[in-house]
Design a protein around this ligand. Structure first.
Ligand SMILES: Nc1ncnc2c1ncn2[C@@H]1O[C@H](COP(=O)(O)OP(=O)(O)OP(=O)(O)O)[C@@H](O)[C@H]1O
Length: 308
């Protein structure tokens, strides 16, 4: 393992909000990571710490083994693409690309121009006057053509239509295959990016709740589809993540994998076994807190009823 980013016990407080709560996580060299979590989970805050745009309240961040803040050895090797990127007044896409060419030593101008044509970024329009999707495309192009050793894309798709998003995913994968680098992609469109990412870091309320290679997630849950009574037999007593019944057919997703005996039985019962989607797993893992609160509320209510 070769971590290019090491985050150790990082906490970030904003007055009464704890955006990150003792987060420790590593991002490995030349791996595409998905940084996932609900709104307000702390994803942008974590990326801002690593890219030296913010300071942690406590804890330690190292990139390439060094502290990134005001570090000229580190900063040109990091690119952070975010929605609210500010560009200088009157700048056109070509000006933004020229600035990026100065900032990033591995910048590929030809690639940037090819991407600008692919995304149909208007040449003459000022970035300020561009549509939201066109502005996002400028950011995405800078992220790709910078070829920075560490590149963060923080929800880069805002305003991009489905065709442009697909273009981004295709170009990202193709360019990554030729120029491997560390990529961290934050997105709410989990199913859309699931095939791109090799490792998932999931934040919930400022804490890491999952930090795992995508391959391993397959064993975390399974979906059984078939006759309702047969599905019921194999899912009895297990934690159900999702259940749908359609007439005599059921589709049930349960936590945990099936052992060899259970798989054989599923075959005998003519059940289909499907891997769980990343989206389903993320929803399950990040709604736990609410489930817990609801449970606590219920318990308090019961207690009041009993003592009344
Ligand atoms: N500058 C700030 N001042 C005060 N609170 C902040 C600041 N930046 C972030 N926060 C708070 O920290 C928490 C985490 O915010 P953050 O932007 O990191 O979440 P996120 O996971 O990126 O969310 P989203 O998916 O909605 O973009 C939120 O509760 C947010 O309100």
């Amino acid at each position: 393992m070769n971590a290019v980013i090491e985050v150790d016990g990082v906490t970030r407080r904003y007055r009464s909000t704890t955006a990150l709560d003792a987060v420790s996580v590593r991002f490995e060299k030349d791996v595409i990571h998905g940084l996932l979590g609900r709104n307000g989970a702390g994803k942008t805050t974590l990326m801002s710490m690593i890219t030296a745009q913010e300071w942690p309240s406590s804890g330690d961040v190292r990139v390439f083994g060094q502290h990134p803040h005001e570090n000229e050895q580190v900063l040109p090797r990091i690119c952070f693409v975010r929605e609210e990127q500010q560009y200088i007044d009157d700048a056109r896409a070509s000006h933004a690309f020229a600035a990026a060419a100065m900032a990033f030593p591995r910048w590929d101008q030809e690639f940037a121009e090819q991407l600008a044509a692919d995304f149909k970024v208007p040449e003459k329009t000022r970035i300020k006057k561009m549509s939201r999707g066109q502005r996002s495309a400028v950011g995405v192009i800078i992220g790709l053509a910078s070829r920075a050793e560490v590149t963060f894309f923080d929800e880069p798709y805002m305003g991009l239509d489905a065709v442009a998003r697909q273009l981004f995913y295709d170009r990202l994968l193709a360019d990554y295959a030729e120029h491997p680098r560390t990529i961290v992609l934050s997105s709410h469109l989990i199913d859309e990016i699931a095939h791109l990412i090799e490792h998932v870091v999931l934040l919930d309320e400022g804490r890491v709740v999952l930090d795992e290679p995508v391959e391993q997630l397959r064993d975390r849950a399974v979906t059984l589809v078939g006759r309702a009574d047969a599905v019921g037999e194999l899912t009895a007593g297990r934690t159900v993540l999702q259940h749908e019944a359609m007439g005599r057919t059921a589709r049930t997703t349960v936590l945990g994998g099936l052992d060899d005996g259970e798989r054989r039985r599923a075959g005998e019962l003519d059940l289909d076994l499907l891997p769980v989607s990343l989206q389903q797993l993320v929803v399950h893992l990040t709604s736990k807190t609410e489930q817990h609160e609801q449970h606590e509320q219920h318990e308090r209510h019961e207690q009041r009823e009993r003592s009344a």
